[in-house]
Design a protein around this ligand. Structure first.
Ligand SMILES: [Zn+2]
Length: 291
């Protein structure tokens, strides 16, 4: 079993990596399930991810109600319910990330479907990434401030990870049906079976969105340059559309993702450890590391 210290050190490093790659800025967050107690998760207190550096800045919350397990815990993120409710709904999930990435945000606003467009982002999926619209969860008495600030809002968001055909299945699915959910006019949520997988998905979800946007812009610009351009490309696709991965390609590249993840984690860890902005003061016993 991975030790709590190891998890805490990796959680601090993950905060730094996600900031270094602009997945998180002053806002957004990552959490991880406690390695010895599945009913508890850890995430930093209310601070910018780049500045997280010590184990005592990591708050332990009960999955059941996202209340800190100690009375003297520092102030936490308002939107921790995103994390708690995804852990509650999906026992297989061990790390959750919420981001306001500006590369992904257009797909949470413009009504353009986000789909997997290249091989390291196959997990984004062949079907358009589902969009959670908080407006449908509000009642008139609540502030419409777009924040997942209650258990009920978190539960509605978590349910978006279940496909419509499984929504009323009994027993309920224990694993999400999609790796990514967009939050309309807000951001996105992804998860992992561990911290490394969650970080990989968050970074490449952002890259996939950037590449898809560039491909659509490039294709439309190229089409516009050709006066005698036929209205379809050689393969029959509409000239203004893009070509995502096929369903088979998305599925098979996702299956290969786990083998590739460690190389990315080791590179990204070395990057943040070389930057003076990022300080990780959580030490892991080397004897324990070797075991
Ligand atoms: Zn947010």
């Amino acid at each position: 079993m991975v030790s709590l210290k190891r998890i805490q050190r990796d959680l601090v490093t993950a905060n730094h990596i996600l900031h270094f790659h602009s997945v998180l800025d002053a806002y957004g967050h990552i959490s991880v399930r406690h390695p010895e107690n599945a009913a508890v998760y850890l995430m930093s207190g209310d601070m910018a991810p780049a500045t997280v550096s010590t184990a005592d800045q990591l708050i332990q919350y009960r999955v059941n109600d996202s209340v800190a397990i100690t009375l003297d815990a520092p102030r936490g993120y308002i939107e921790r319910y995103i994390h708690g409710e995804v852990y509650k709904r999906f026992p297989d999930v061990h790390s959750v990330i919420h981001s306001h990435s500006e590369d992904v945000l257009p797909y949470a606003i413009a009504g353009v479907p986000l789909r997997a467009v290249y091989h390291t982002a196959g997990f984004v999926g062949y079907d358009p990434v589902p969009v959670y619209d908080i407006e449908n969860s509000y009642n008139d008495t609540q502030p419409h401030d777009m924040l997942i600030s209650t258990l009920a809002l978190g539960a509605d968001l978590a349910q978006t990870f279940v496909s419509p055909e499984n929504a009323h299945a009994t027993p309920q699915t224990v694993s999400p049906d999609t790796h990514l959910v967009l939050m309309r006019k807000h951001g996105f949520v992804t998860f992992g079976t561990d911290i490394r997988e969650a970080v990989y998905k968050a970074v490449f979800a952002q890259s996939n969105a950037k590449v898809q946007t560039m491909a659509v812009l490039l294709k439309n610009a190229y089409s516009g340059l050709q006066d005698d351009n036929p209205r379809t490309w050689a393969n029959g696709s509409d000239e203004s559309s893009f070509e995502p991965l096929t369903r088979r390609q998305a599925k098979d590249t996702t299956a290969g993702m786990h083998a590739a993840g460690d190389r990315a984690w080791l590179l990204w860890t070395a990057e943040v450890e070389s930057q003076p902005l990022y300080v990780n003061n959580v030490t892991v016993d080397t004897v324990e590391e070797a075991s």
